[in-house]
Design a binder for this molecule. Structure first.
Ligand code: NDP
Length: 330
C-alpha cells in the first residue's frame, strides 16, 4: 500500500517537497470494519487551506500524517452484511491506496448509474456546491445575467450550465486560457467568456456584460470580486464560494476597494459552505442525474494516473492544469 503524508507546511505556493510518498503495509480491518481499495480520488482547492496551521471550517492536516479527502473505492474485505466485496463506496480517506473504515464512514455508490468518478465531481461535492450556491446563496432567478469565475473548473462549469438551463438572460465565464474560453462558449453554451490573463478583469467583464450582471458566483476572489462589484446591477447578489487567487498568498491581500458600491447598489454578498447543504443532496441528485445522463449537462474530467502523482495533480489543480474536475486514478 502507499499513502501521501504532509511532509511540511507550505509557505506560499506548495512544492513536491511538502509531500511524502510512503509505502506501508496494507491496513488490517478490525471487527465490523471494511477494507477498501481506493480507485479514484479527488484533489480539491480547499486542501490547500488545510495544509496551513490555521483554524478553519475543517481542521488542518497534521504534519507527518496522511492527508485525506474524497475518494471512491472498492470493498475488498467486509465482515458486515450490508457490504460485500466488489461494492463501490464513497468515503473521505483519500491520498492512500487502501483504507480501513467503519460502515458509518462510507456511502455506497452505483457505477451503473454514472461513472464512479462522477460521484467526486458533477454528481458529488462540487456539483452540490454549484447547485446550492447558485440557487440558494445567489438566489438565482430566470432573467438574471450571471457571471462565474473559475468557469472551466468543476464547480464553475456546472454553475454556468445550470444558469443557462434555468433561463438566465446571459451567462459569462472567466478562465485562464484561450482553450478554456473556447470550451465555455463552444461546448458548454456560455454566452460570453474571457481569459482573465488577457487584461484587466474589470474591462473584460464590462465588455462581456454591457448591461451589467445580476449574479456573481465567486470562485476566485481578489481582482475578480472587485470587477464583479463594479459591473453589478441594482440589488445584485454575490455568492462567495471560494477565493482561489488568495490561497497561496503568504499575507492577506487588501480587499475590494469598491465596497461602497454594496451600499449604493444594495448588493447582497453571502458566503456559502456546501457542508451546510447536505439536506439538498437528494433534490440535487434527482434533478441532476438525468440531465447528466442525457448529456444536457456536460462535464469534463482531467485524470492523473497513480498515487505517486497525486501531489502533482494537486499542484496542477492550483495552477489551472485541469478542465473540469481534477482526479487521480489510483
Ligand atoms: P476547479 O476545478 O475550479 O480548479 C481550480 C481552478 O482554479 C484551476 O483550474 C484554475 O483555472 C483556477 N485558478 C487557479 N489559480 C487562480 C487564480 N489566481 N485566479 C483565477 N483562477 C485561478 O476547482 P473546484 O471547482 O473544486 O473549486 C472552485 C472553487 O470553489 C474554489 O475556490 C474552491 O475553494 C471553492 N469550493 C468551495 C466550496 C464551499 O463549500 N464553499 C466547496 C467546493 C469548492 P484557470 O485555468 O481558469 O486559472
Amino acid at each position: 500500500a502507499t499513502e501521501i503524508r504532509l511532509a511540511a507546511r507550505p509557505h506560499g505556493v506548495p512544492t513536491p517537497e511538502n509531500f511524502d510518498i510512503v509505502d506501508t503495509d496494507v491496513p488490517v480491518p478490525g471487527p465490523g470494519q471494511l477494507l477498501v481499495r481506493n480507485l479514484v480520488m479527488s484533489v480539491d482547492p480547499a486542501m490547500r487551506g488545510r495544509m496551513n496551521d490555521v483554524k478553519s471550517y475543517a481542521p488542518p492536516f497534521a504534519v507527518g500524517e496522511p492527508m485525506h479527502g474524497g475518494v471512491v473505492g472498492e470493498v475488498v474485505e467486509s465482515a458486515v452484511d450490508e457490504f460485500a466485496p466488489g461494492d463501490h463506496v464513497l468515503h473521505n480517506l483519500g491520498w492512500r491506496t487502501h483504507a480501513v473504515l467503519d460502515t458509518n464512514q462510507v456511502a455506497k455508490v452505483d457505477g451503473s448509474v454514472a461513472p464512479l468518478s462522477a460521484y467526486l465531481g458533477v454528481l458529488g461535492m462540487p456539483g452540490l456546491t454549484a447547485y446550492t450556491g447558485l440557487l440558494v446563496s445567489a438566489e438565482f432567478k430566470a432573467g438574471d445575467t450571471v457571471f462565474v469565475s473559475g468557469a472551466a473548473g468543476a464547480v464553475g462549469s456546472l454553475v454556468g450550465q445550470l444558469a443557462r438551463l434555468k433561463g438566465a438572460k446571459r451567462v459569462i465565464g472567466s478562465a485562464g486560457s484561450a482553450e478554456k474560453v473556447r470550451h465555455l462558449t463552444e461546448d458548454l453554451g456560455f454566452d460570453a467568456a474571457f481569459d482573465y490573463k488577457d487584461g484587466p478583469v474589470a474591462d473584460q467583464l464590462a465588455a462581456a456584460a454591457p448591461e451589467g450582471i445580476d449574479v456573481y458566483f465567486d470562485n476566485v476572489g481578489g481582482e475578480h470580486l472587485e470587477a464583479a462589484i463594479a459591473s453589478m446591477n441594482l440589488h445584485g447578489r454575490i455568492a462567495l464560494c471560494g477565493m482561489i487567487s488568495l490561497y497561496n498568498a503568504a499575507e492577506p491581500p487588501p480587499g475590494p476597494r469598491n465596497l461602497l458600491q454594496l451600499v449604493v447598489k444594495r448588493i447582497t454578498m453571502r458566503g456559502m459552505l456546501v457542508s451546510d447543504q447536505w439536506g439538498m443532496r437528494e433534490q440535487f441528485l434527482t434533478e441532476l442525474a438525468p440531465l447528466v445522463a442525457s448529456g444536457e449537462i456536460k462535464y469534463s474530467e482531467t485524470f492523473v494516473d497513480g498515487i505517486r502523482n497525486a501531489p502533482d495533480a494537486f499542484l496542477g489543480l492550483l495552477s489551472g492544469a485541469n478542465t473540469g474536475k481534477m482526479l487521480v486514478r489510483l
